[in-house]
Design a protein around this ligand. Structure first.
Ligand code: F6R
Length: 239
């Protein structure tokens, strides 16, 4: 595992964005696996700036996102589709038909997950998967106790995750209880993994995930088994 220690959130964002930059430069038609949440926002800002400056071209890039809430339409500002559109897709020259997320409005969970796995296979796999880290060690919506063999599946959100995500909604009741997420097996099949972590409140889980035993109770610990993982974390998270 490569570990890059960043000074602060901005430095973390710049270092991680540089890794994605070099991926796009070296393979313009690459497949980027993307994440939502607060941590990647600075990365998306940088990528959009570099596109504006003429340094990056997304015209051949394909993206696949980790997850999507079940039951939220694309127009809902809390949907991950909306998040990606606002924070990255509408700011760069990516083709809308090359941006994929699980279909949150598909009520048949099995179909939604099978369809998404079919998309992931059809694009030829993920070149680099960006991940954030949940306070309980989740990656995507793979909560503690998730089996390592799962591909895309429907999950019931852990209480801690509902509480953590509540800040984006008017009330806790509005936070969807279910989501579609790439499974651990799907994530582990990416050719490279880039995980970004910021803040002292994540220091404990960083220690458990990357320096503790590999266990389904800390889903991110499975990344220790991946041959090409880069962790970019700020000093506070590595504290
Ligand atoms: C986002 C996702 C989640 C987040 C994680 C950390 O698509 O799947 O696993 O990466 O909850 O979220 P933040 O960055 O908001 O701390």
């Amino acid at each position: 595992m490569n570990i890059y220690k960043a000074k602060d959130y901005d430095d973390m964002s710049r270092k991680a964005a540089n890794i994605i930059f070099s991926q796009i430069i070296s393979k313009p038609d690459c497949v980027l696996g993307l994440a939502t949440g607060s941590t990647p926002l600075g990365i998306y800002r940088r990528l959009a700036e570099w596109y504006e400056a003429g340094d990056l071209d997304f015209s051949q890039v394909t993206t696949v996102n980790l997850d999507e809430y079940k039951g939220l339409p694309k127009e809902n500002p809390q949907s991950y589709y909306y998040f990606m559109h606002e924070n990255l897709f509408k700011k760069v020259n990516i083709h809308a038909d090359r941006t994929f997320l699980p279909d949150g409005m598909e009520t048949d969970s099995r179909k939604a997950c099978e369809d998404y796995d079919a998309i992931l296979h059809s694009v030829g796999g993920v070149d680099i998967q960006l991940l954030g880290l949940g306070h309980n060690g989740h990656i995507g919506f793979n909560e503690p106790g998730s089996i390592f063999e799962a591909e895309t599946h429907c999950v019931t959100l852990a209480d801690q995750t509902i509480k953590a995500n509540r800040r984006f909604f008017e009330s806790e009741e509005e936070v969807p209880r279910e989501a579609y997420t790439m499974g651990i097996k799907t994530i582990m099949s990416a050719r490279r993994i880039l995980i970004v972590v910021s803040g002292a409140d994540k220091a404990d889980i960083v220690k458990k995930a990357f320096f503790g035993p590999i266990t389904p109770q800390v889903p991110a610990s499975v990344l220790q088994l991946h041959p090409d993982v880069t962790l970019v974390a700020d000093e506070a998270a590595l504290g």
